[in-house]
Design a protein around this ligand. Structure first.
Ligand code: TXA
Ligand code: MG
Length: 316
């Protein structure tokens, strides 16, 4: 069973030996390994049961280091990096040969970010390689936002989980690429669209579900709990039912048992809602219910990214 602790040096030792380790970030917990070591990267794919065509994000601690990994940083990418790093933003940039092909699934771009978590930044500073890290969940399941979530699902396959407390943002990073000089958002995430557009102007959003291995972005089956999740229409209430639960924004539905419902933010704060989203979804998944209803979030700020996750988690 994995040891959970706050010992950065223990994490460093395991990583230097080619092992994978759970690490905290401000978005979700990552399953980290030496990004420059193909065997360590292979272990990440194996532990997560992740298909090899779904590339990984690499994490580093300083902008100066990025040039070791990429051949070029477009002007818009630089503006976004200056504004949002460290933070929940991932940039797709043309990779250098030092990044093994297995990291990018053979694609010419590498996904890269500087996460905003003090413990992980310290860890990255102490290493002489970047960390490849997908979210530390089995492929297709809800992303972990605490060390315990990681232990619950991958604990028998990782030697160490670095505990940095509950993730402060709670949803994954926003992913942006710049092919043909057009800034394109491939995944909505912890930096909202309006924040991005304030820095570089209008962007293209291209987050359609795909199972096309060569296309960047996400698979449609992501983020799903084990129980069927039904995303309600705005204003719609679920029919009263004994064995139904609900994920709601501000207040529980009248027709369902209060114990079967989880409120994301009683004050209607979308950042608080994002922070609670995955933990509440996990909690609902453990209840003796047959279906989870989810209320859509307002389409503003992080609400877009949360609705995107709920749509992907829901049964069609
Ligand atoms: O917030 C986050 O980004 C978290 C934390 C741990 O940093 N990581 C994360 O990783 O969400 P993961 O592997 O669960 O999701 C990464 C997404 C995948 O959908 C993948 O397809 C996309 O990034 N991606 C990675 N490299 C890419 C590339 N070279 N081109 C296009 N998409 C890429
Ligand atoms: Mg993931």
């Amino acid at each position: 069973m994995a040891q959970i602790g706050t010992d950065r040096r223990a994490a460093k030792k395991f990583l230097e030996a080619g092992n994978v380790v759970g690490i905290p970030t401000e978005t979700v917990y990552g399953l980290a390994g030496n990004a420059l070591n193909p065997d360590a990267v292979l272990t990440i794919f194996r532990v997560k049961n992740r298909p090899s065509f779904d590339p990984l994000i690499i994490h580093t601690d300083a902008l100066e280091k990025i040039h070791q990994f990429v051949t070029n940083i477009p002007e818009q990418a630089q503006l976004l990096a200056d504004q949002f790093w460290p933070g929940p933003l991932t940039l797709l940039l043309p990779k250098r040969d030092v990044i093994p092909d297995i990291v990018t699934s053979g694609l010419p771009m590498v996904a890269i970010r500087i996460p905003n978590h003090p413990l992980t930044l310290d860890l990255l500073r102490s290493l002489d390689f970047p960390l490849a890290a997908p979210s530390a969940n089995p492929f297709g399941y809800i992303s972990p936002t605490t060390a315990q979530h990681v232990a619950d699902q991958l604990g028998d396959q990782v030697p160490y989980i670095l505990d940095g407390g509950p993730a402060g943002v709670g949803i994954e990073s926003t992913i942006i690429g710049f092919e043909n000089n057009v800034a394109t958002v491939f995944r909505l995430g912890g930096i909202a669209l309006d924040q991005i557009e304030r820095v570089i102007g209008p962007v293209v959003v291209h987050t359609h579900s795909t199972s096309n291995p060569s296309a960047p972005g996400m698979l449609s089956s992501h983020y799903a709990p084990r129980k069927p999740l039904r995303l309600l229409a705005p204003g719609e209430s679920p029919r009263p039912h004994e064995r139904a639960g609900a994920l709601v924004f501000r207040e529980p539905f009248g027709g369902l048992h209060p114990a079967n419902q989880r409120v994301l933010s009683p004050t209607g704060n979308l950042n608080e809602a994002a922070k609670n989203l995955f933990a509440h979804l996990r909690a609902l998944d453990m209840l003796p219910i047959d279906v989870i209803y989810a209320e859509p979030l307002p389409n503003e700020g992080l609400g877009f990214a949360m609705n995107d996750r709920l749509r992907r988690a829901s049964v069609q």
